[in-house]
Design a binder for this molecule. Sequence first.
Ligand SMILES: [Zn+2]
Length: 397
Amino acid sequence: MRGAALTIALLALIGAAAPVQAARTVLTTEPRTDLRTGPSAQHNRITVLPPGIQLWADDLVDGFYRVPLAPTLTAWVADDHVRPLDRSTPRPPIVTVRDISVQGIAPGSVATIRMSRPVAFRVRQQVSPPRLILDLFGVALARYGVRQLPSDRCVWSITADQVTDGWAQLSFDLTFAQQRGWSVSQRDGQFQLLVRRPYEGASLANKVIVLDPGHGGGDSGAVGPSGLREKDVNLRIAMQLAANLRERGATVRVLRESDRSVGPSGVGTRAELEARLSASEQPDADFFLSIHNNAVGSGNASSAYGTETYYWTPMSALPARLLQNALCARLNTRNRFISWRPFYVLRWGDVPRVLVECAYVSNPTEEQRLRSDAFVTDAAVALAEGLEEFFRRAAAY
Ligand SMILES: [Zn+2]
């Protein structure tokens, strides 16, 4: 007891002393830096930042810096996602924004915000009504006001609020329902949010589809009871789907067309997923589809079977439903569920992103079906039809 009490007392002393020791400016260095609600990888993400953003850290706990984004919003960042800057580096100052404008360019409409430095931000999407909400941290709006130029066709109206000190929020109501994605860039004293223009044409013709056959190379994915490897089935479905989509007039890019990884071989899972995500971020892409087949983690391999589909951004919900329905109808598989889940390759907002689990490799009956040419052909046809239906509906909005 006394030992424990002493330890706690010592920890309390260290804890009390830590903020002063840890307080410093840190710089994001990873391709995608997660800002979380607490000091562990199990805590949920508040936002994901690109490299090159300075954050003020006022504590360090269990390998996580505490970074207050605003007086009412505190985030945590893993110390291996950032580089601590020299202690003489001052705390990043509040950026005062005096000028915001929105104009139309070829890929869509772009909101330009003049800023003296890159800042932490968060973009959230709503679909009903169609809207993007941009949070800017470390930012003060000098005055309210936004200029919308006549070339802007995507943004119906904009409002701007100062939520608290150092937290500005811009809300963009859009002129069309089925969103196509957004992107952010910060350079040359400008923060830019691109709202991609709506889809044109009610079909797959001239659409750019990026396909991700799950796993590959040293990563087999799930392995069935008689040895069928998920990576092989995923690739067969993807290659057949690619042919189907091209017949329908689409441009298709497949992240791997053979049994290999997408990133350098031998890197860890996160690095491979990052390689896939970054390879799939193509400025002219219209849709991202990751193709997988499933396995039970534990429990009875015979009892788990059927089809699941995953999405993360709200704009991806409609195509997720359509692809799930198309798969179950054509394959006559059990419709298990669609699920909102932050899989690595789904978390980006550049295009609608969906991941399908066509059937269970771990289920003996479905494993035999997955071996057959008929099942692979049907899965590919179902996915092509589901995508065609999505673009038909997207144009109707
Ligand atoms: Zn998989």
